[in-house]
Design a protein around this ligand. Structure first.
Ligand code: ZN
Ligand code: ZN
Length: 370
């Protein structure tokens, strides 16, 4: 962690966030900004300035109840409106290919309710890519394929998406389908979700492959060759460990929280949280870990970011809300500056907040696509 450009040790960070008030810490970091308006005069001024000066990225989202996972909502101007209102620059907008076959079991965990017939999930995935095409063509959203695209969109003040896939369950061992998705503009791909596949084991399912399968290794090599961010959310620790051995670029783990998170509290998502060792393995290879938005308040969410930063360092934490139809802090993006404001009030320096809000994902995206 850094404060006004000076490196802080882990102990300093803990000290700063636990023993000094957020206001005192910010004042201490403010340096020459003494003339800045008091928080009471312009409550979101620092947050909006940070979002103006830095590319902000939600590294995993479905864009709410009417987003890409909706069975009924067509693309509309509403997403661009929300993003402009909330000053968020980029969404990694995730299609969920196994969405049509998922349901909740007795423990309130999502599971595949049936084995999909061959080609069914592939067809659904293509339908969702057409949904994205319409969003981009008609509703004020840019599709970013490169870092240059992201910078140009941010400079122009135009909302952008990175097209994402949550679970490559539609591949059915056909790498040409992965290449097709790439040609259609997908730039982040999550290996596994809730449906058993030929790629690797997932956290809430039975162990079948004892980690990553040989085909899963081929998938990662294809992503590396094409220039796609590999997302290991939902994967077991063994799958992640083996994926790290194959990948030549840092991995993303887009949405989770620290196992046993006190900030999140009791949750049916415990199996989807990750242990400190799981998190460190990702971070030591240069990756980043997105924290989802299933917290009781913005302040607790900031605590959830800090819990992970205390384990892996602030260079390896991102915001991956998983905004969909299930309840969470963000049903839409209009109030996104309040999260940044809560981070600044909660002890993140502007430089560190900028990393978590977008910079860390940008580094991984650049490594994958560059
Ligand atoms: Zn998920
Ligand atoms: Zn998701």
């Amino acid at each position: 962690m850094t404060c006004c450009g000076h490196a802080l040790t882990r102990r300093d960070w803990m000290w700063a966030t636990t023993l000094s008030s957020a206001g005192a810490m910010l004042a201490g970091c403010a340096g020459t900004r003494a003339e800045a308006p008091a928080a009471s005069e312009a409550p979101l001024a620092d947050a909006t300035a940070l979002l103006r000066d830095n590319i902000s990225i939600d590294v995993h989202t479905h864009a709410g109840a009417n987003g890409i996972t909706s069975r009924t909502a067509r693309p509309s101007d509403d997403l661009a409106r929300q993003m402009r209102a909330g000053r968020i620059a980029v969404l990694c907008l995730a299609d969920v290919p196994d969405g049509p076959i998922l349901g909740r079991n007795a423990r309130n965990v999502l599971v595949a309710l049936r084995t999909p017939e061959p080609g069914f999930l592939y067809g659904y995935h293509l339908d969702r890519l057409a949904w994205v095409d319409e969003l981009v063509a008609k509703h004020g959203i840019r599709r970013a394929l490169t870092v240059a695209d992201l910078k140009a969109a941010h400079a122009a003040g135009q909302p952008a998406i990175i097209v994402d896939i949550e679970g490559l369950d539609f591949l059915e061992k056909k790498l040409e389908r992965l290449e097709e998705s790439y040609r259609r503009g997908v730039r982040t791909m999550q290996l596994v979700h809730y449906t058993p596949n030929d790629i690797g084991d997932f956290q809430t399912g039975p162990v079948v492959h004892h980690g990553l399968s040989p085909f899963g290794a081929d998938v990662i090599r294809a992503c590396d060759r094409l220039g796609v961010v590999v997302d290991v959310a939902h994967a077991t620790a063994d799958t992640v460990t083996q994926a790290l051995r194959v990948s030549t670029t840092p991995l993303l783990l887009s949405h989770t929280a620290l196992r046993g998170s006190r900030a999140q509290g009791p949750t049916p998502l415990t199996e989807r949280q990750i242990t400190p060792d799981h998190a460190r393995a990702l971070a030591e290879a240069g990756g980043s870990i997105g924290i989802w938005h299933f917290f009781p308040s913005l302040e607790r969410y900031v605590d959830g970011l800090k819990e992970m930063a205390d384990v892996v360092g602030v260079d390896h934490v991102s915001i991956g809300t998983d905004t969909a139809s299930t309840p969470g802090l963000f049903s839409e993006y209009d109030h996104f500056p309040r999260l940044v404001d809560a981070m600044l009030r909660g002890g993140f320096t502007p430089a560190d907040a900028a990393k978590v809000v977008g910079g860390n994902y940008l580094r991984i995206f650049a490594a994958a696509t560059g």
